[in-house]
Write a protein that binds this ligand. Structure first.
Ligand SMILES: Nc1ncnc2c1ncn2[C@@H]1O[C@H](COP(=O)(O)OP(=O)(O)O)[C@@H](O)[C@H]1O
Ligand SMILES: [Mg+2]
Length: 250
């Protein structure tokens, strides 16, 4: 069974149909690419999947369960976690503090947990923060302020914060933007590790080389509709895909 499936998902903003009857499924344990020219509806689709927007029409299912009407927090508790295009960090907090904050997001009552946390739970949270920093190769930067990190490190921290919420399905919106080649390689390696460790990833990315080498399956959106879907090789050979990209550049 797919971990995520969309059925005829549609979102109109006034007269503009940003997402138009999008239907596709994501298999568990895959890195599933979502590509398309600027304005194709990729970010809007993420907002529909995570519940920031309600679709005008259509249905979103997680593990076969209809979640279309669930709140974002209810979806997060089911393991559906996104990162945003651009970096959203607490810039005055350290790397470690940002990750500890991310852990509160998984809880149903973060503030009471924070206030009434037992010493045992606090130390286990510190241990988990340490494990996540290790995972993201951020341990050496634990006491550095988020605002003092490089752009690429800030993006990795954004993903580490998402990991702190224990995602089963992680939605990443253009995480490679602005990274150096070596930062891209390290992030690609980390995404593969996340997949190996059992999470599923939906990746919106405009860096084609990265998309092609990382994704198992790619869905192409154009003007809000699914244009095609297939392996990287199939998508690369699809004549309308190149036309869509060239059209958007014109
Ligand atoms: N909140 C909004 N209100 C009105 N129009 C929007 C809103 N969000 C996105 N759009 C429009 O929807 C279309 C798809 O945008 P978006 O999902 O951001 O595309 P992408 O992420 O693929 O570049 C664009 O035409 C955009 O201007
Ligand atoms: Mg976008």
């Amino acid at each position: 069974m797919p971990i995520l499936s969309l059925h005829e998902v549609t979102k109109a903003f006034g007269g503009l149909v940003a997402v138009n009857r999008a239907t596709f499924s994501v298999e568990p344990g895959s890195i599933h690419g979502l590509i398309g020219p600027n304005g194709a509806g990729k970010t809007t689709l993420f907002s529909l999947i995570t519940g920031f927007y309600r679709p005008t029409m259509g249905r979103v299912e997680l593990d076969g369960e209809d979640i279309t009407r669930l709140s974002t927090s209810a979806r997060a508790r089911k393991g559906l976690v996104r990162t945003f295009q651009g970096t959203v960090l607490f810039s005055d907090l350290t790397v470690e503090e940002n990750i500890a904050n991310g852990m509160l997001a998984e809880s149903s009552s973060p503030w009471t947990d924070w206030l009434f946390e037992s010493p045992a739970s606090r130390s286990s949270r510190q241990e988990r923060a340490a494990a996540i920093m290790d995972y993201a190769r951020l341990s050496d930067l634990r006491n550095v302020g988020a605002k003092d990190l490089s752009h690429g490190q800030q993006r990795v921290l954004g993903i580490a914060i998402a990991l702190a919420a224990k995602p089963r399905l992680l939605l990443l919106d253009e995480p490679f933007t602005g990274m150096t080649a070596s930062e891209k390689n390290r992030l690609a390696e980390m995404l593969r590790r996340i997949r190996e460790d059992g999470a599923t990833i939906v990746l919106v990315e405009h860096d084609m080389r990265t998309v092609m080498r990382l994704c198992d399956v790619i869905t192409v959106l154009n003007f809000g509709s699914v244009l095609t879907e297939g392996t990287p090789e199939q998508v690369r050979r699809h004549p309308e895909v190149m036309a869509a990209y060239l059209g958007s550049a014109a």
